[in-house]
Design a protein around this ligand. Structure first.
Ligand code: FE2
Ligand code: FE2
Length: 140
């Protein structure tokens, strides 16, 4: 099942950020599809989900680091706030991945994606990322 329609993701003023957001959205959908296989009993193999979770974590770490490097380069005033939010969510992802490794049920991870990750992601793009992209775009 498609959790997130990547062609309706909010767009910001910088292409590199839009590309990263499309990639994050695609990974969320792949994760959800792999979880559907487990939840329906079509598969018993949790390793595909584990590999996608690792990929999702690494994608976000790099995606956030790129935004942070641009904020630093241009002297974005709210840099510490935006960076702090990235750090907070990475810690949360890390804790959930740990729970998954310890046997978290597929349905619980699906609920976390649908009820926490997707709304967080859309809200983060609409607020911090959008303001940051506008600022960076104006600094050139
Ligand atoms: Fe972003
Ligand atoms: Fe961000």
């Amino acid at each position: 099942m498609t959790l997130l329609s990547t062609d309706t993701l909010p767009q910001v003023e910088l292409d590199f950020m839009n590309e990263d957001h499309a990639e994050a959205g695609a990974l969320i959908n792949l994760l959800n599809a792999a979880l559907d296989q487990l939840a329906s009993g079509a598969s018993q193999d949790r390793t595909a989900v584990t590999a996608l979770l690792d990929q999702f974590y690494e994608h976000n770490r790099d995606h956030f680091a790129h935004e942070q490097a641009e904020m630093e380069r241009t002297g974005f005033p709210a840099y510490p706030v935006h960076k702090g939010e990235h750090e907070r969510v990475l810690e949360e992802f890390n804790a959930v991945i740990e729970e998954w490794r310890e046997g978290m049920p597929a349905a619980s991870l699906q609920n976390y994606l649908a009820d926490s990750v997707v709304p967080w992601f859309i809200n983060h793009i609409n607020t911090m990322d959008s303001v940051t992209a506008m600022f960076i775009e104006r600094q050139g």
